[in-house]
Write a protein that binds this ligand. Structure first.
Ligand code: ADP
Ligand code: ASP
Ligand code: MG
Length: 416
């Protein structure tokens, strides 16, 4: 007997038929003798609709009321799944974030989980009751509902798995695992049987939205074995395959990886924007005068390129910010034009960051050079570059996204 958390995303609970299908997956595990806690997302598209209502009601709305509105999607699906399970003769009860409670910090709209007392859930599980928990939501210190940021149900699931000491956290979604890149963009993408926590963390933070970044962080910190699989598999099919699990991807420690490639995957993020400051004085303190005010305004700067000054007097600085912060960042800099001292401010929204990820890069030289050569051969211009031990990111025109991702995918031998 094992203790499992089973998480189902929006497409998996998109209507009543799919909720019944989810109930069959849950019943299978209960019938096998496991203790089961389930975490559900809102029906596909529902959170977008609710976010839209808030925006239409007032563009600058109160974040606490935003949370009250957008958390409602998960309230509906948790109740409906409990009903569907009861209808199949499975003992089940729904739980809202505040009822457990899932305590978060005060950052309404993008709250972090601080603490979950698993005792009540464990008690119910031991009595043979399935706990159906509404994902994405928690209780803030002001005693109001909070939400965990888009895609946050993944984090709810992993956090609950850690709190109830689950043997595994199964993430059921609309693809049957983590692929070498987004299978919607590259049909030749391959499913990975295993991926290391660290690589998954990079993939998620660099744009692979299959898991929310914080869920991977939490899985890594608490050592939660996380398994990504499809909710569209036949719920009654035998659950055997590699590692005794059906098709899917196990996110695990590096030393559990069986085969190690130099490059594991390619990710891309379209929500970046580029800003270039032309002809700033090339003297100490200039970078601080640009990035200090941006940081004071809570704007995250990601890639930074500073050119060597041709004349020893002025230089150009290029960097990226989240696209949602682009207008604000330009204004912050324009307001300080005199203090910083620059000739022109330029920018572009139609850019994409493409990243190559793999822990094998630590011990292999030449991966970056190969990337630059591959893109050059396709006539793709690189606007900025950043690297770390296990990833290389390049900023390019967004029109070349698919070409760049496909080119790199075959270049590193990832095509299936
Ligand atoms: P859910 O609603 O179940 O949380 P999401 O839409 O959040 O599902 O995440 C699943 C989607 O993530 C897939 O449909 C796929 O298009 C996308 N995705 C992006 N990168 C990858 C990747 N490397 N592997 C698998 N899926 C990916
Ligand atoms: N329903 C929320 C969203 O769409 C949370 C989730 O699905 O993970 O962002
Ligand atoms: Mg998701």
């Amino acid at each position: 007997m094992a203790r499992l958390v089973m998480k189902f995303g929006g497409t998996s609970v998109a209507d009543l038929d799919r909720i019944r299908n989810v109930a069959r997956h849950v019943k299978r595990e209960v019938d096998a003798g496991h203790e089961v806690a389930v975490v559900v997302s809102a029906m596909a598209g529902q959170t977008n609709t609710l976010v839209g209502y808030c925006r239409d009601a007032a563009p600058l709305h109160d974040a606490r009321e935003y949370d009250a509105v957008v958390a409602s999607g998960e309230q509906v699906t948790s109740g409906l799944l409990a009903i569907a399970l009861q209808e199949m003769g499975v003992n089940a009860r729904s739980w809202q974030g505040w009822q457990i409670p899932i305590r978060t910090d005060e950052s309404h709209g993008a709250a972090r989980i601080r603490e979950i007392d698993g005792a009540v859930l464990i008690e119910r599980l031991k009595q043979g009751q399935v706990a159906v928990v509404a994902g994405f939501q928690g209780l803030a210190p002001d005693n109001r509902i909070s939400t965990l940021g888009r895609g946050g149900s993944d984090t709810s699931a992993v956090a609950i798995a850690a709190a109830i000491q689950a043997d595994r956290c199964d993430i059921y979604t609309d693809v049957d695992g983590v692929y070498t890149t987004d299978p919607r963009i590259v049909p030749k993408a391959r499913r990975l049987d295993r991926i290391a926590f660290e690589e998954m963390l990079e993939m998620a933070s660099l744009g692979a939205k299959v898991l929310q970044v914080r869920s991977v962080e939490m899985a890594m910190v608490h050592g939660v074995r996380t398994f990504v699989r499809s909710s569209f598999d036949d719920p009654d099919a035998p659950q055997t395959g590699k590692d005794g699990l059906p098709p899917g991807t196990l996110i695990c420690d590096e030393d559990e990886l069986v085969e190690q490639q130099v490059v594991t995957g390619i990710a891309f993020a379209k929500d970046e924007a580029q800003i270039s400051i032309r002809n700033v004085a090339d003297k100490p303190g200039v970078a601080a005068s640009v990035f200090g005010p941006l940081s004071d305004a809570n704007i995250n700067v990601d890639m930074i390129v500073q050119n060597i000054s041709p004349d020893g007097k002025t230089t150009d600085i290029t960097f990226t910010v989240p696209e949602s912060e682009y207008d604000r960042a330009l204004k912050v800099l324009e307001d300080r034009r005199e203090a910083i001292g620059f000739a022109a401010l330029e920018g572009a929204r139609d850019v994409v960051k493409v990243s190559v990820i793999g822990i094998g890069m630590r011990s292999h030289a030449g991966v970056a050079a190969q990337c630059f050569r591959g893109l050059a051969e396709k006539g793709i211009n690189i606007r900025a570059i950043t690297t770390s031990e296990i990833k290389i990111s390049v900023l390019i025109d967004s029109a070349y996204t698919e070409l760049a991702v496909r080119t790199l995918h075959s270049l590193y031998g990832l095509d299936g």
